[in-house]
Design a binder for this molecule. Structure first.
Ligand code: FAD
Length: 367
């Protein structure tokens, strides 16, 4: 429980499930984590799994999968969704990703009416970029259906908010859960020939005919790009990683999955130049080394890696500069930086509590 950013207690819900109290187990999960189904499918191992005491005997339990399975099997029949009376106040949330949905869940419990403004046409934010083989969209829908039943909450799709200050005319407060919308540039010559991961993962069918694919990056996003390329039928998929294999920001399970699929992972390598020829792209890299924690280029180590059909950059994104206003609260990746789904949820819940406390303080001052 202490290892979980939303303080969900695996000991409690597993004990309830073992005793056949499935509704109790669902209630335990739901009372801490509004996106328990989604989280259960993609939560990284370094939270509850790493802390599982069973690993002192043999192997840790796959706690996230137990959670997702319980919710998948029993939440539909769960009639214990709590409904909360409204307090007459309206809150606007910008972004229907995990942080925005979690903020909505917390605000509903405090009695607010919620309007979520989402610039895309689907719920889930960055989760929609995760290949369905790893995260079926039905899990996100299931979590959102659970949240929306608790009170008055809806999402306005295809609605980009450019000026949140405007919303304060109609809403008591605004939660900005807009993620990180700007893909990080490598800063190399020929950057324009490199495809951002957002475009690649959102429209994979546009890249069906690419035989030799290079992915730049060593985290979850890069791994998803590599698997997508493999699934689209690429003959050769290579991941170029600036640091060592031991620095990859993916679970062991995901690393084995990449190896099983024949994806070539080249560590200690940085792309220095990309050139476009008539029908393909050429790539030049240099070797890197780690010196006192810093990743440095090795002088005179540049090599030409020849022609490839597609290069995808998946080294992260950055957020926009925040607006300072006491009734505009930031949550999720746009506040804490590229994180994990469960950390974005925890941040969404905290932001809702903070906004509520500010509104209560304001009421007291007026009184
Ligand atoms: C490919 C990929 C794989 C990942 N794999 C994992 C994993 O295995 N495990 C894990 O824990 N995490 C993973 N993550 C990270 C996780 O998805 C994010 O940490 C999480 O989605 C962040 O949630 P958020 O709500 O802060 O932001 P987002 O999910 O980015 O949501 C922000 C939302 O705001 C909307 N928006 C932005 N600007 C506006 C505006 N002006 N007006 C209206 N709407 C707006 C966006 O359209 C989006 O829907 C992965 C991310 C990606 C991209």
């Amino acid at each position: 429980m202490h290892a979980c950013p939303v303080k969900c207690s695996p000991q409690e819900f597993i004990a309830q499930a073992r005793a056949g109290d499935y509704q109790g187990a669902i209630k335990t999960i739901n009372s801490n984590n509004p996106l328990g189904h989604t989280c259960g499918l993609i939560c990284p191992e370094h939270f509850c799994v790493k802390a599982c005491l069973r690993s002192k005997i043999d192997n840790p339990l796959n706690i996230p999968l137990i959670q997702a399975t319980l919710l998948k099997m029993f939440r539909g029949s769960n009639d214990s969704v709590q409904h909360f009376a409204t307090n007459g106040k309206k809150i606007a949330i910008i972004g229907a990703g995990p942080a925005g949905l979690a903020a909505a869940w917390q605000m509903l419990q405090l009695g607010y009416t919620i309007k979520i403004f989402e610039k895309s046409s689907s719920v889930g934010g960055a989760l929609n970029l995760i290949p369905p083989s790893r995260l079926p969209h039905a899990a996100i829908d299931d979590d959102w259906n659970y949240i929306r039943q608790m009170g008055k909450a809806d999402i306005i799709y295809d609605c980009k908010i450019d000026n949140p200050l405007e919303l304060l005319k109609e809403y008591s407060g605004v939660i900005m859960a807009i993620g990180e919308q700007n893909v990080v540039n490598l800063g190399v010559k020929g950057e324009e020939y490199i495809t951002p991961y957002t475009e690649y993962l959102r429209y994979p069918h546009r890249f069906m005919d690419k035989a030799k694919v290079v992915i730049i990056g060593g985290g979850n996003v890069a791994a998803d790009c590599a698997v997508t390329a493999h699934n689209l039928g690429a003959k050769q998929v290579t991941m170029l990683v600036r640091r060592q294999i031991s620095n990859l920001r993916i679970d062991k399970k995901e690393l084995f999955n990449l190896i099983d699929k024949g994806i070539n992972i080249i560590p200690n390598t940085r792309v220095v130049k990309v050139t476009k020829t008539d029908d393909s792209i050429e790539l030049k890299t240099c070797s890197t080394c780690i010196d006192e924690g810093r990743c440095l280029d090795i002088p005179n180590s540049e090599i030409n890696r020849g022609k490839v059909d597609l290069i995808v950059k998946a080294i992260g994104s950055v957020a926009e500069t925040p607006i300072e206003h006491e009734k505009i609260i930031y949550a999720g990746d746009c506040k804490i930086g590229g994180s994990t789904v469960v950390e974005a949820i925890a941040s969404g819940i905290d932001s809702a509590k903070l906004l509520h406390s500010r509104l209560i303080d304001e009421e007291k001052e007026i009184a």
